[in-house]
Design a protein around this ligand. Structure first.
Ligand SMILES: C[S@@+](CC[C@H](N)C(=O)[O-])C[C@H]1O[C@@H](n2cnc3c(N)ncnc32)[C@H](O)[C@@H]1O
Length: 211
């Protein structure tokens, strides 16, 4: 099930800000070279991430799941000049290409790439995170949420991607992965440490604000 139909998608992309040229290039190359290019956030969600970041003006951002760096660059748009974004991915094969993209942007020296398992790397990164984007291996979403929640200050934002799981969570007999999203969403919905709602953007984006 596609939550947003093609016509609506097109209209949303038409009425939001233009996708920056570097991001258009990253998207094009990702679709030419990667097996699962749709993992990339894309035009509309990318502009949303950029807008969130600009509204928050975060000093430190953490992204779990760099992939080809599309969302990293969207999030970096809201960094103040002394702000940084840590981005983590387990796939070392993408590292060189992604670094080239970062260095072609105005944010190259504000982006710190970490290669390895997010579960291990989060604790190696010191300090707090004003904005967190959880978009790595989906089965670990709740443990990532638990690993960062005490390191997000009051008013900080956590975003968790894909929480509607292509609408499969509404299936009569949801599969194992869909059940894990249903469990995650219930646990987060009941968590009093955060204000929250799911935006039905693309695959569903959980937006949490630390109280
Ligand atoms: C959905 S993609 C990220 C998309 C990117 N955030 C964007 O919006 O353009 C998920 C990424 O998480 C990475 N990943 C999977 N398991 C991981 C883990 N345990 N630790 C860190 N990264 C992981 C994958 O290699 C993949 O590149």
């Amino acid at each position: 099930m596609d939550i947003f139909n093609t016509a609506l998608n097109k209209y949303l992309e038409h009425t939001c800000d233009v996708e920056p040229v570097l991001l258009q290039e990253i998207k094009r190359e990702t679709f030419l070279s990667e097996v699962r290019p749709n993992m990339l956030s894309g035009h509309y969600q990318g502009r949303l991430l950029s807008l969130f970041s600009k509204m928050l003006c975060p000093k430190v951002i953490l992204e779990l799941g760099t992939f080809t760096g599309y969302a990293t660059l969207c999030l970096a748009e809201g960094l103040p000049s002394d702000g940084i974004i840590h981005t983590v991915d387990i796939d070392e094969e993408l590292e060189d290409k992604v670094r080239q993209y970062f260095d072609a942007s105005p944010y190259g020296n504000q982006i710190i790439s970490h290669i390895g398992d997010a579960a291990e790397i989060i604790s190696d990164i010191p300090g707090n995170f004003d904005l967190v984007f959880i978009d790595a291996d989906k089965k670990n979403n709740f443990s990532y949420f638990n690993a960062v929640i005490d390191r997000v200050p009051q008013g900080g934002i956590i975003l968790i991607d894909n929480v509607l799981w292509k609408g499969k969570i509404f299936d009569e007999n949801p599969d194992k992965r869909s059940k894990s999203f249903l469990e995650l969403n219930e646990k987060i919905a009941a968590d009093l440490r955060v204000e929250k709602l799911i935006l039905p953007v693309r695959d569903g984006l959980f937006v949490l604000r630390k109280k």
